[in-house]
Ligand binder design. Structure first.
Ligand SMILES: [Fe+2]
Length: 276
């Protein structure tokens, strides 16, 4: 799949125009190539966890995503390749198993920039309130910053500017890399984030000042619906998005204790393309 600069001119399709029929992968791919994300809708009226896993398998096959990728952070933790994102009182995971908001990030804390190209988030059961997933067109914001403040933008391209450090108890690992890297087609891969895991390494005072301007620019721009979309997934909907070019975040939520929010997540090193 080729993403051109013009294909990211707009992040937000009108209404719920990003929702397509699970059984029409051609339409889904059109939406994906235009916006960097799409949401498939199950043909079933109610979806069990087993059916959700089966439909995720269909999506993997339709778009050539291959088997789910297990991130480096979880390799030695006996983690399943499809993660259940749901509130669990006894878990030590700082994000997956809480109902707290999650700041802007890209998936793959320890991976090199651009490694995890696709994330699937399948909604088995939504929250009683909240839990929206937001997507940010970071490449477009970066393009604007390059025009308005090239010195600030350059700092984000530096290969040692951003460390991302695990917040899992007992796991002391950090990966350092750039925030943006050109993909050679006018788009930029990103590992932009601002939350608990980021550690910034400006080389001197001038770079520190430029970095502060860059981060402030993103903070100001990321509320703008021109570059951001907020999605509330319904049961049976699966969000497919380009994790290498869009950042994402999660709103906090409140569960119905009888039907807690449950999302299934898988990560992939392939970008979606139609398989014959
Ligand atoms: Fe995530």
């Amino acid at each position: 799949m080729q993403l051109t600069k013009s294909s990211y001119a707009e992040l937000t399709p009108p209404g719920r125009g990003y929702v397509t029929d699970l059984l029409k992968p051609g339409e889904t791919l059109d939406v994906l190539e235009t916006f960097g994300f799409a949401v498939t809708r199950s043909p079933l009226t109610t979806v069990s966890k087993a059916e959700a896993h089966r439909e995720m398998g269909t999506i993997r096959a339709d778009f050539g995503l291959g088997e789910p990728y297990v991130p480096l952070l979880y390799r030695d933790r006996d983690a399943p390749s499809v993660t259940e994102v749901t509130r669990k009182g006894d878990s030590d995971h700082p994000v997956f198993h809480t109902c707290a908001a999650q700041g802007w990030h890209t998936d793959g804390l320890l991976e090199d920039i651009g490694t995890i190209r696709t994330t699937l988030l399948y909604c088995v059961s939504p929250a009683r309130r909240g839990g929206r997933t937001s997507l940010l067109n970071t490449g477009r914001v970066f393009g604007e910053l390059r025009t308005e403040d090239p010195e600030a933008a350059d700092v984000l391209l530096r290969g040692t500017i951003l460390g991302r450090r695990s917040t899992l108890p007992g796991v002391e690992r950090e990966a350092v890399g750039p925030v943006f890297a050109g993909l050679g087609d006018g788009n930029y891969a990103t590992r932009y984030g601002e939350g608990q895991v980021e550690h910034w390494y400006p080389g001197d005072a001038a770079e520190r000042a430029a970095l502060d301007r860059a981060l402030r620019y993103f903070r100001d721009r990321r509320a703008d619906p021109d570059v951001r979309v907020d999605l509330l997934l319904r049961a049976g909907e699966c969000l497919i998005f380009r994790n290498d070019v869009l950042a994402h975040s999660r709103e906090d939520f409140t569960d119905d204790p009888r039907h807690p929010r449950l999302l299934l997540r898988s990560l992939h090193i392939n970008a979606p393309e139609l398989t014959p």
